[in-house]
Design a protein around this ligand. Structure first.
Ligand code: ZN
Length: 106
């Protein structure tokens, strides 16, 4: 998966461990311990994160109990709210990594 397939940043704005932890409201130590499983940029020794990567991390660790999911799905199409929360739009924009493989590889 290359960067262009998920990063929507118009300008470069990266966060280090402490800043990312502050935005996610998690422990910087947790980010460090799990960095191999988390989307991030690796430049030298210090990983960094853009907003899109933080959104992916947020999506990876969002927990939706079945009852709550029922409510979310039941709301679909019933009330015509044109304004969805920003986070929902961001999640909808995330696509599986395998979907965009170049077919011109042969
Ligand atoms: Zn980005």
């Amino acid at each position: 998966m290359n960067r262009r397939s998920y990063c929507r940043c118009k300008t470069v704005q990266n966060f280090d461990y402490d800043e990312a932890a502050e935005k996610l409201r998690c422990k910087a130590r947790w980010l460090e311990d799990n960095i191999s499983r988390l989307p991030h940029q690796k430049m030298g020794q210090s990983p960094s994160f853009c907003d899109c990567e933080l959104a992916l991390i947020q999506a990876m660790f969002s927990v939706m109990p079945p009852d709550a999911l029922d409510l979310v799905l039941a709301g679909d199409g019933q009330n015509e709210t044109e304004k969805e929360p920003e986070s929902v739009l961001a999640l909808a924009a995330i696509r599986p990594s395998g979907a965009r493989r170049s077919r011109s590889a042969s």
